[in-house]
Write a protein that binds this ligand. Structure first.
Ligand code: PA5
Length: 475
């Protein structure tokens, strides 16, 4: 495995390289040098006090051992029967794990024959869609399925509803005792409903460290346990995160990729009206990192209130795109639409496979040029062409290049974005670690379904003005 640094390249946002109303000068970036030193001091102090425990995740030897031990025990107990891992969770409890597994397993992992895969298939139940859940009942044999319920609070309606359904379904088929043996609950070490359930029912459990919010939890058992069962090298993953920790420990803005990326995004947002941040991986394996990134950015930086109490309505809108697919869907808008986006092109120097394009249609000029090249060359050329085209039309872009896709480089990417996000929180002067905007929807739902203590929310929901029929069109 190549344990090399990922590359962070910000050439194409700079005013002397990008002819654009939304470029940034090096002087503008440098004007944040002192601010970066000040924020760095605050972050370092908070880290020392244990207020930002996500920083310590690359070094959690004990928890890592627990994950491996539990994974090995369950694998041994299940033996040949271990066909499926079903992870139940949502938001911060699912997106990181899904991105991790997509990045570091075979592209059609679940479809590989058992003999080639050697580790269980992995399914995620995130949504509360009866059709999907029934679909999972159809394909997951309870005898052969381990359930990993992940909920820090244990009160989030979606995972808990899905857990209820699977508990009933599986218990009816294999009995309570066997079900219990086939459950691992990943939750808060002390607080919350899930912790109480674990204690009362005796499920096996893994801890989400206190103070690590869902969207910062991919390097906790939330992502690591499913990752381990899917055969991912966790040591290399955490080593990669630790490598990025070292790289982002400097207060020198121009040497710190997390800080400089935060500054560029922040400055273009606040001073140039660049309201959107597009993450566009040129790699199928990296494509779901964009889903994780969307939550990280949106929930962390999308805030109404500043730390000082005034209304700020902060935050760029994160947008997911995938190269080369979105060249045929979004790039028209990206090049000719409003000047309101910054792009990050996430790409890979060397994919794990090379495929030669055969020369089958030599006499057809429109096609013959492909023969003799590799499909990798084509992918690379398309990425470069998109960056060129974006630059030519004055659209700022950052390039992050992984030397190859492996646990070490993926660990770097996760950690880079987490540090960037907390740093950006200070640029916006908002709390990047809470998510009060998510709560209202949760509470209305509790009220509508009659949860005790949420009667007022029900009343409010019931008294919402009725829909005016004249604005509803039907055939
Ligand atoms: O980032 C967050 O805090 C949220 O997206 C939560 O992760 C999500 O709501 C799930 O919460 P829980 O793990 O408590 O079920």
């Amino acid at each position: 495995m190549l344990k090399k640094s990922i590359l962070y390249d910000y050439n194409n946002v700079l005013a002397d390289k990008l002819d654009s109303p939304i470029s940034i000068t090096l002087e503008e970036i440098e004007s944040y040098k002192d601010k970066a030193i000040e924020i760095h001091k605050t972050l370092t102090a908070r880290r020392k006090k244990g207020e930002l425990p996500f920083y310590n995740l690359p070094y959690q030897k004990q928890e890592l051992d627990r994950i491996k031990k539990l994974g090995d025990t369950i694998t041994k107990e299940m033996g040949e029967r271990f066909e499926n891992l079903l992870v139940i969770g949502i938001g911060g409890s699912s997106l990181g794990g899904i991105a991790l597994i997509k990045a570091l397993t075979h592209p059609f992992y679940n479809l590989l024959p058992n003999a080639d895969r050697k580790t269980p298939r992995v399914f995620y139940a995130e949504n509360i869609d009866a059709d999907e859940i029934k679909g999972l009942f159809d394909i997951l044999d309870p005898e052969k399925t381990v359930v990993n319920i992940i909920s820090k609070s244990g009160t989030t309606a979606e995972p808990m509803a899905n857990f209820l359904l699977f508990q009933k379904y599986m218990t009816e088929k294999i009995g309570e005792e066997n079900f219990k043996k086939q459950v691992v609950a990943t939750t808060d070490p002390k607080k919350g409903t899930m912790r109480q359930i674990v204690t009362d029912f005796g499920f096996r459990t893994l801890n989400i460290p206190e103070g690590v919010g869902g969207r910062f939890s991919v390097l906790t058992p939330v992502g690591l346990f499913p990752g381990y069962l899917a055969g991912i090298d966790l040591d290399a993953l955490l080593e990669g995160a630790a490598f990025m920790d070292e790289l982002t420990k400097t207060d020198d803005l121009l040497k710190n990729p997390a800080y400089i990326n935060a500054v560029i995004h922040y400055h273009l947002h606040v001073h140039r009206g660049v309201n959107n941040a597009v993450l566009m991986p040129y790699s199928v394996a990296l494509s779901l990192i964009s889903d994780w990134y969307r939550q990280l950015l949106a929930e962390s930086l999308g805030k109404k209130w500043a730390l000082t109490g005034e209304v700020v309505y902060a935050g760029q809108t994160p947008i997911k795109a995938v190269g080369a697919i979105d060249q045929h869907s979004q790039v028209q808008l990206y090049r000719e639409g409003p000047f309101d986006k910054i792009f990050t092109i996430l790409s890979v120097e060397n994919l794990n496979n090379f495929l030669n394009l055969p020369s089958l249609y030599e006499k057809y000029e429109g096609l013959s040029y492909l023969g003799g090249h590799t499909i990798n060359e084509l992918f690379n050329a398309e990425k470069k062409a998109t960056i060129l085209a974006l630059t030519k039309s004055g659209r700022p872009s950052i390039e992050i290049t992984l030397p190859e896709i492996n646990p070490h480089t993926i660990g770097q990417v996760f950690y880079l974005y987490e540090v960037q996000t907390v740093f950006a929180g200070y640029l916006y002067n908002i709390n990047s670690l809470d998510q009060p905007g998510v709560e209202a929807g949760k509470q209305y739902t509790y009220g509508m379904l009659g949860r005790k203590g949420f009667e007022d929310m029900k009343k409010e929901a019931d008294s919402f003005p009725a829909k005016d029929e004249k604005f509803i069109i039907k055939g």
